[in-house]
Write a protein that binds this ligand. Structure first.
Ligand SMILES: [Zn+2]
Length: 106
C-alpha cells in the first residue's frame, strides 16, 4: 500500500518582532529583534514579524474564534523549504541543511 504524503499546513506560534531600544550611550533609539510567542506579540500590538530561525517574512493568520490560536507561516515557499522550522524542510528527504532566508526581513 502506498503511503500518502499529507501536506500539513504550516503553523508557527513563535516569531521575532521588531522593537526599539535606547542606543548604547543614550543617543536615540535602535531597532532590534526579539523572540516572542505570537500570542504575546498580538497582545502587545506588534506589527513587524519575521521568522526567528531564517529571518524570512511571515504571513499572519489571525483567528478570532475562542480556543483557536492565531499562527504565522512562511510567506515564501522557498523559506519553508530551507528553514529548520518550516514544514517543507521536514518533509524533504535529501538531508538538506538549514539556511537563512534569501530575502530576510531586516
Ligand atoms: Zn523560517
Amino acid at each position: 500500500m502506498a503511503t500518502k504524503i499529507v501536506s500539513t499546513p504550516e503553523k508557527l506560534y513563535e516569531c521575532e518582532v521588531k522593537r526599539r531600544r535606547v542606543r548604547a550611550g543614550g543617543s536615540g533609539y535602535e531597532p532590534f529583534w526579539k523572540v516572542k510567542t505570537l500570542a504575546d506579540a498580538l497582545l502587545d500590538g506588534d506589527t513587524e514579524f519575521r521568522c526567528k530561525d531564517c529571518h524570512g517574512p511571515l504571513k499572519l493568520s489571525r483567528r478570532h474564534t475562542v480556543g483557536v490560536l492565531s499562527h504565522v507561516e512562511h510567506k515564501l515557499k522557498s523559506d519553508s523549504e530551507h528553514c529548520v522550522s518550516g514544514v517543507r524542510f521536514h518533509q524533504a528527504t535529501d538531508g538538506r541543511q538549514h539556511t537563512l532566508s534569501a530575502t530576510p526581513v531586516v
